[in-house]
Write a protein that binds this ligand. Structure first.
Ligand SMILES: [Zn+2]
Length: 71
């Protein structure tokens, strides 16, 4: 079943990526567009989806650094 499968062109390396909308996670989201971070190889993208789970915008997160919160 390919429901929720989206295609986009990576803004960093220009490859086409197939990715799945995390529908279960988005059900918890109250405000749209919602950012979704996708890891592609050694870089990250931020995809914004609207309340119909349509891709609204894509941007490269070339300087994305993963931060750890202290417990
Ligand atoms: Zn890429």
């Amino acid at each position: 079943m390919n429901e929720g499968l989206k295609w986009l062109q990576c803004p960093v390396c220009k490859e086409t990526i197939a990715w799945k909308i995390p529908g279960d996670e988005l059900k918890k989201v109250k405000r749209f567009p919602a950012p979704i971070i996708i890891k592609h190889k050694d870089h990250y993208l931020i995809c914004y989806v609207d309340s119909h789970y349509q891709l609204a915008d894509t941007e490269a997160a070339t300087a994305f650094v993963e931060g750890n919160s202290k417990k």
